[in-house]
Ligand binder design. Sequence first.
Ligand SMILES: C[S@@+](CC[C@H](N)C(=O)[O-])C[C@H]1O[C@@H](n2cnc3c(N)ncnc32)[C@H](O)[C@@H]1O
Length: 282
Amino acid sequence: MNSTKAKLDRFWSLTIQKYREGGVLNLLKAIPEGIKFLYKQILSESLIIDVKSKLSRYSSKELYYKTRSEKYLERFTEDNEASNLLFKLVNRNIDDTNLSDLSVLEIGCNAGRRANYLHENGIRDLYGIEINDTAIELMDKNFPQLSSDINVTEGRAQDVISKFESNKFDVVYTVSVLMHLDNDVEQLFDEIKRITKPDGLVITMECENSEYVLNKLDLNEDYSDWQKHRNYQEVFEPRGFSQVEQINAWDAGNEAEQLSVLRSHYKNGTHTARVFRNTGSL
Ligand SMILES: C[S@@+](CC[C@H](N)C(=O)[O-])C[C@H]1O[C@@H](n2cnc3c(N)ncnc32)[C@H](O)[C@@H]1O
């Protein structure tokens, strides 16, 4: 807890300095900020996260993401080529629809770099779900034009997805998000099916391949606790989707290369992009 104490001391001296000029009343305004800060710091202590995850329905990974600070989130505002691949996958698989009419949801949108790319390319009816409120604040700061159009719901995807009506979205996508989820996921997958329009698309760009990660990359450590690898064809086809495209980051070709920028914790080349069409059945 020593590092928390040092951060708290620093926070208070900065806050007091910030409010001192405005007198005592302004100083009082610092209290809610202080409570929020302290709460986040305490939550981010890993021991407490472990205990909390046992007491709550959040996994320790979800609590970790929920409490990540602005400092760690800044890198999610830097765009990379995977956004271009995502846009191409949407564009070439949606028939006869004006892009501005598409209704699109990103689960785990963070500060919005993927959604911003879609927005810059004409997709306007955008929705997001994000567990981390600081990431949503960063979106306002970094992508103000996106921010004025997108509708972001703060919360755990498994909980808040139920607020969307059935058959609402032309596209539901995730980029490096499902690979971190380890509880209540079956319900989440069912909900993704429910909210996707018949003929609509689900796109996953996720690390799926434990064998590749652990063997081909010569990793000694097993980080299966850190990432949950699934084959999303096996997840979505039994739910009435049909896979229309698959790209592996470790194959040759320009798109595989674009995908490989979504690197695993250690090296490039571990993700798989899949596009599924909702056949409407089941
Ligand atoms: C590796 S980041 C990817 C962010 C973004 N998709 C991108 O490509 O830049 C994973 C994101 O999922 C969010 N997240 C993790 N668990 C979540 C959950 N249960 N519900 C909603 N968002 C979640 C994290 O806060 C984080 O923003």
